[in-house]
Design a protein around this ligand. Structure first.
Ligand code: PMP
Length: 361
């Protein structure tokens, strides 16, 4: 078996241990004589999988009482629409901090549904930072404040939460959920597509403070209502059962790794190795993100010329370093180093960067 060093932004690598656990019980799950994919979502065996997944997430993230845990479909992109659909009443407005492509898409949906305002943005510097935020950044009448905690394309991340002076905070954590400790009680709603830190694509985790959900407009279709999904414990329709199971295995893996604090430390060390390689390259590698906003999940950097960037991708591939090419909005490289990425693979990349610079610098 050969596994490559997969730096893909998503769907991204899954811990080998998780894949092996799934492989071992793929055709006969827990003595049921069926694959987990063949189990009824309403049966006892799957119910245990679902309950254990929720309990492990609750433990790992410290999710308090009063917050529901939902597994929905439609990706993080459907949440861009469901959030304003459920939370914005007639005439009400929401504030968005626009820090990249995904927050642009989030506010676009909110504007289709109701009123939304850009509270702050770093667009003018090509999203190279998280803007300075304070209570005065926000409209005191805003129904909620939306942030994108990690900007997958630009490689920036919040390292402190904004003080919204009591306005409910809503966060897209698609690319950094479970990368480190968070205080869930500070949020009204958290959502994340699974395909980076949680498991395979097709499932969206939503953590929602139930008291935030009031009456919704009568014209809102049933499947769009958080309240319906809460009342039915994600079982209003057939949920993504295999995805829930895989998220459960990922949660178990994080627990075995020592929990979120241990994962956070490991992530800091991995990102630290890469940023050091950039900072100590004498300007050969140039990071896109401002140092105070650097992401521990997506490390974006450029080389002196586009020719060298093409060559970097090509030569990296011969070292089994794949999916390292950056998004066109930034250019250059992007190393996505989510929870599953092994420090040893980051070391392979850092060594390659050193070699490449010596050869071509
Ligand atoms: N938000 C962020 C931060 C993302 O990185 C992505 C996808 N890469 C999305 C939202 C969109 O997710 P999906 O494709 O699951 O709709």
């Amino acid at each position: 078996m050969t596994r490559v060093h997969n730096f893909s932004p998503g769907p991204s690598m899954i811990p080998l241990q998780v894949l092996e656990w799934a492989q071992a019980e793929l055709v006969d799950f827990a003595g049921s004589g069926m694959s987990v994919m063949e189990l009824s979502h309403r049966g006892k065996v799957f119910e245990q999988v679902h309950e254990r997944t929720k309990a492990d997430l609750r433990e790992l993230l410290g999710i308090p009482e009063g917050y529901g845990i939902l597994f929905l479909q439609g990706g993080a992109s459907l949440q861009f629409a469901m959030i304003p659909m459920n939370l914005l009443g007639p005439g009400e407005s929401a504030d968005y901090v626009v820090t990249g492509t995904w927050s642009e898409k989030a506010i676009k949906e909110a504007k289709i549904v109701g009123k939304a305002r850009v509270a702050a943005t770093s667009k003018e510097t090509n999203y190279d930072r998280i803007p300075d935020l304070g209570p005065s950044s926000f409209d005191p009448a805003a129904k909620y404040v939306h942030i994108t905690t990690n900007n997958t394309i630009f490689g920036t991340q919040y390292h402190a939460l904004p003080d919204t002076a009591g306005i409910p905070l809503i966060a897209d954590m698609s690319s950094d959920i479970l990368c480190g400790a968070i205080d869930v009680s500070k949020f009204g709603l958290i959502y994340a597509g699974a395909q980076k830190n949680l498991g395979p694509s097709g499932t969206t985790l939503v953590i929602v403070k139930e008291s935030l959900l009031g009456a919704v407009r009568e014209t809102l279709p049933t499947m769009m209502r958080y309240q319906i999904h809460i009342e039915n414990d994600s079982m209003y329709n057939t949920p993504p059962t295999f995805g829930i199971y895989m998220i459960g295995l990922t949660a178990r893996w994080i627990k075995e790794m020592g929990g979120v604090a241990a994962i956070e430390q490991r992530n800091r060390e991995k990102a630290g190795m890469l940023y050091a390689a950039i900072d100590e390259s004498g300007g050969f590698y140039r990071g896109h993100a401002q140092p105070g906003s650097r992401s521990t999940m997506n490390v974006t950097f450029r080389l002196p010329t586009e020719e060298l960037e093409k060559l970097f991708v090509k030569e990296a591939a011969s070292e089994s370093i794949v999916e390292i090419k950056g998004h066109r909005s930034v250019g250059g490289m992007r190393a996505s180093i989510y929870n599953a990425m092994e420090p040893a693979s980051v070391k392979v990349l850092v060594d390659f960067m050193g070699e490449f610079r010596r050869k071509h610098g």
